[in-house]
Design a binder for this molecule. Structure first.
Ligand code: HEM
Length: 230
């Protein structure tokens, strides 16, 4: 299915939204939340790496991996490699981000996996990992037969789109949860930080929307940008 808009301008909008979202999440966690740290006596600094890595890694780099087929002027084998490598980076940063949420909880004596956000988050990481491994084995190395590849491709696109939308939804729940914690411990409900977090969530959703729109949009017939030749 393709909608009647050109892929390239839609992908430019996605890039700009991705840059804005990354800047917003960094301003929030560095300027408003005190900074980022792997080890610290102030455990909140360890938590701050969680939204930063989940957004910049899983959502933004993962989104760029998805649209790379339509946004890069490269030959198919090169685009396949870029797609695979960007998704690997997204997955690794996502795993590190989830690890840091557990590390923060464990070092602060907070229970693990009590929220809908955390349950969906585990689901997202597991499904993303399965999708990457299956894609690697079938489309890259050792590679399936051409029958397996062509039967797998629509499922790869469908499942990948589903996992990506679930990831954006999970991140949105994460912003809501964190902001609700902060507001219930004194943060001004209409203060600058509350606006910043809500705007970051909105830009994240818009970025995800433009990633999906890019995958549904058209490339000129002479361009060899489609998914079909993976
Ligand atoms: C797709 C992206 C994300 C995934 C896969 C994800 C996954 C997770 C997981 C698995 C946990 C549970 C850790 C534990 O129980 O020890 C967690 C915790 C948490 N995450 Fe995320 N997260 C994502 C994005 C975000 C974002 C953008 C925020 C925004 C601040 C956020 C806020 C939180 C908070 C407040 C917790 C601690 C409370 C809880 O366990 O629900 N997350 N996340």
């Amino acid at each position: 299915m393709a909608i009647g808009v050109k892929a390239l301008p839609i992908s430019y909008v996605a890039h700009v939204l991705g840059i804005v979202a990354a800047i917003l999440v960094l301003i929030w966690n560095i300027s408003f939340r005190g900074g980022l740290a792997w080890e610290a006596t102030n455990k909140n600094l360890i938590f701050n790496l969680h939204p930063v890595l989940m957004l910049i890694g899983l959502i933004i780099i993962g989104g760029e991996a998805i649209i790379s087929y339509k946004s890069l002027p490269l030959k198919k084998p090169e685009k396949k490699l870029v797609h695979l490598i960007l998704h690997a980076i997204a997955l690794i940063l996502g795993i590190l981000g989830v690890y840091l949420a557990f590390k923060f909880h464990n070092e602060s004596n907070i229970a693990n996996l009590y929220s809908l956000h955390s349950w969906l988050g585990i689901g997202v990481i597991v499904l993303y990992g399965i999708q990457w491994i299956y894609g690697f084995l079938v489309f890259f190395y050792p590679g399936g037969t051409s029958a397996i590849r062509s039967e797998s491709l629509p499922w790869h696109v469908l499942f990948g789109t589903f996992v990506y939308i679930l990831a954006v939804a999970t991140a949105t729940l994460g912003y809501l949860e964190k902001l609700t914690f902060l507001q219930s411990t004194g943060l001004a409900k209409y203060g600058p930080e509350a606006f910043l977090v809500n705007f970051t969530a909105i830009v994240t959703i818009l970025f995800g929307t433009f990633v999906i729109l890019t995958t549904l949009s058209q490339t000129p017939p002479e361009d060899d940008y489609s998914y079909s030749a993976i």
